[in-house]
Design a protein around this ligand. Structure first.
Ligand SMILES: *Cc1c(COP(=O)(O)O)cnc(C)c1O
Length: 388
């Protein structure tokens, strides 16, 4: 099915092949094509929110803020679980620690294309009667440690094809595993209205405002000035709600993008290999979960203590190479009392490097030289100054 302006329609012929692929690899029962990953998550959460007025959703603290905003938009409460300090992936023990009688779902993010064996988490969720949602935004087409496809374990799986994800053709999708839930989705969509969507210029302007707001809040947290941040997010977050109700603009672009997926994954992996061999000797650890999963979102460096990733990124950017460190602990923004010490230790060391089609082998070689040069030029340029 495809959701257009809040109404469901049969899957357009252009997307039938992609839909068959998803269903075959994941053994799911239905796919709901949406305008972005968050719109897909919102649909999934509405299924759970119906019967659970005060429901809570456990998110890994290292997460895209749109997940937390979407949970609130669905009138549920985001709770934040700590992560493995080495990978940033949520652990079963941390999810268990956040479990309350109100928990209705746990979201597992395959962060940066790293995947994990989800058996333990899935078993626990089943025992507890809690839905397991896989977030495949960074791991489209990837494999779990067991060899099964990303998306083959969760009750629901969220896909995103937005800018800066694996495919950038626009759009998102929700995979529903069980047929009863698929029928419930039909029911919910058919009897509820959604707000009118913004036109493209207004949506673009609002999205830029949200990005700037987000970066401003994270920058304060990085400086250790969390005071007032979660209150600001609480007050202003809802301003951006309309961005999450979005229909797919162009189904044929998604269909065309889908056909390029295996080549895209190959290109990304070979770039990741290039970084890994050039950066072997720097003051960092390279997270190489992509070797096993077969999908690399961005190459992630976890810099050694004593190197400030913000100063390092800034120095490399001034050389003309974009690198990012956007992910932060979302409990700081949405619920400071959900303490996540491992997430803090992880977030303040991450530098992400590009592997998409905007970069080629020369670019990567030069970017790596820049990184190595600045990382060795400690202490003043890259030492820890007020970070973490
Ligand atoms: C971008 C992203 C999303 C949301 O996808 P949109 O298409 O931007 O709504 C969800 N989860 C993760 C991990 C993401 O990076």
């Amino acid at each position: 099915m495809i959701v257009i302006q809040g109404q469901q329609q049969p899957t357009p012929p252009a997307l039938e092949a992609a839909e068959r692929d998803v269903l075959t690899h994941t053994n799911g029962s239905s796919v709901w094509w949406c305008g972005r990953g968050s719109a897909a998550l919102l649909l999934g959460l509405r299924l759970l929110a119906e019967a659970n007025r005060e429901g809570e959703v456990i998110l890994p603290t290292i997460c895209c803020p749109s997940l937390a905003y979407t949970v609130r938009l669905a009138r549920l409460t985001p709770r934040f679980a700590d992560v493995d300090p080495g990978t940033g992936l949520m652990t079963l023990a941390a999810a268990q620690e956040r479990r309350t009688e109100n928990t209705v779902a746990v979201v597992f993010i395959h962060l940066y294309g790293q995947t994990a064996d989800l058996c333990g988490l899935a078993d626990w969720c089943r025992t507890e009667g809690v839905a397991l949602i896989e977030d495949a935004a960074h791991a489209l087409g990837g494999q779990l440690a067991s060899g099964a496809a990303v998306g083959s374990v969760g009750d629901l799986t969220v896909y995103s094809f937005s800018r800066s994800k694996i495919l950038e053709c626009g759009g998102g999708a929700l995979l529903i595993r069980c047929p009863e839930q698929a029928r419930a989705a039909e029911e919910i969509i058919s009897r509820s209205a959604c707000p009118a969507e913004l036109d493209a210029p207004a949506a673009g302007q609002l999205a830029r405002s949200q990005r700037n707001f987000q970066h401003a809040m994270v920058a304060l947290c990085r400086l250790g000035q969390q005071e007032g941040v979660s209150e600001a997010v609480e007050r202003l977050g809802g301003t951006y709600d309309r961005l999450y109700w979005k229909s797919m603009d162009d189904a044929s672009a998604v269909a065309a993008g889908w056909k390029t997926l295996s080549h895209m994954l190959q290109r990304r992996l070979s770039k990741a290999q290039q970084y890994a061999s050039l950066l072997r000797s720097g003051p960092w650890r390279i997270l190489d979960g992509w070797q096993q999963s077969g999908v690399c979102w961005r190459v992630t460096l976890s810099v050694d203590p004593g190197v400030n990733p913000v100063s390092l990124s800034e120095a490399v950017r001034q050389d003309g190479f974009h690198v990012s460190n956007l992910y932060w602990c979302m409990n700081d923004l949405f619920r400071p009392q959900d303490r996540c010490p491992n997430g803090e230790a992880f977030a303040c060391r991450v530098v992400n490097l590009w592997v998409d089609d905007t970069v080629d082998a020369d670019w990567i070689r030069n970017c790596c030289s820049s990184l190595l040069r600045h990382a060795r030029r400690v202490p003043e340029a890259v030492s820890m100054v007020g970070a973490c």
